[in-house]
Design a protein around this ligand. Structure first.
Ligand SMILES: [Zn+2]
Length: 167
């Protein structure tokens, strides 16, 4: 059974625009809106967990990342948690994927357990972070994104129909 889907942002729900600080450049991947609406319609939580090392690198500001995230929400609808890591690879933080920190925080926010969650992302770091958090990982092609994962997500969701919730 699954209760929530954790999503990478760039290359998963919007086209990957490196170090994007411009809301006008946000472009949803094909089918991403329909996919997210389908997940929400099933009653699943949806959370965004994104590495934004451009902040640590001085390429973009937090305000720009937050403006881009606001545009993502405007185009693709609300998320139950929106988290980003502002650190760089050298900072040794616990939030930058492949570390599991953001995933754990998103699950705490949504009140769900790792075994009820799936992480969808286009990078190995997303999948490693998922496994470090005890979550299933689904890797998608960055040109296709979330739509690529929907058959597997429907299948995982469908399995919950066989679970006896009185057990
Ligand atoms: Zn971090």
């Amino acid at each position: 059974m699954i209760a929530a889907v954790l999503l990478d942002r760039d290359g998963t729900i919007v086209r990957d625009e490196p170090y994007n600080g411009d809301p006008a450049l946000v472009e949803p991947l094909p089918g991403a809106k329909a996919a997210l609406d389908e997940l929400r319609g099933l009653g699943l939580g949806v959370a965004l967990v994104s590495n934004q090392s451009g902040i640590a690198r001085g390429r973009i500001t937090r305000a720009q990342v937050e403006a881009v995230n606001a545009r993502v929400i405007e185009l693709l609808g609300p998320f139950d948690a929106v988290l980003y890591c502002a650190h760089g690879p050298e900072d040794g933080c616990s939030c930058r994927k492949p570390q599991p920190g953001m995933l754990l925080e998103a699950m705490r926010t949504m009140g769900v357990d790792p075994h009820e969650c799936v992480m969808v992302g286009d990078k190995n770091d997303d999948i490693e972070a998922a496994h470090a958090a005890g979550v299933r990982g689904l890797k998608v092609d960055a040109n296709v994104g979330l739509a690529h994962a929907m058959p597997a997500l429907r299948c995982l969701y469908g399995d919950s129909g066989n679970v006896d919730d009185t057990a």
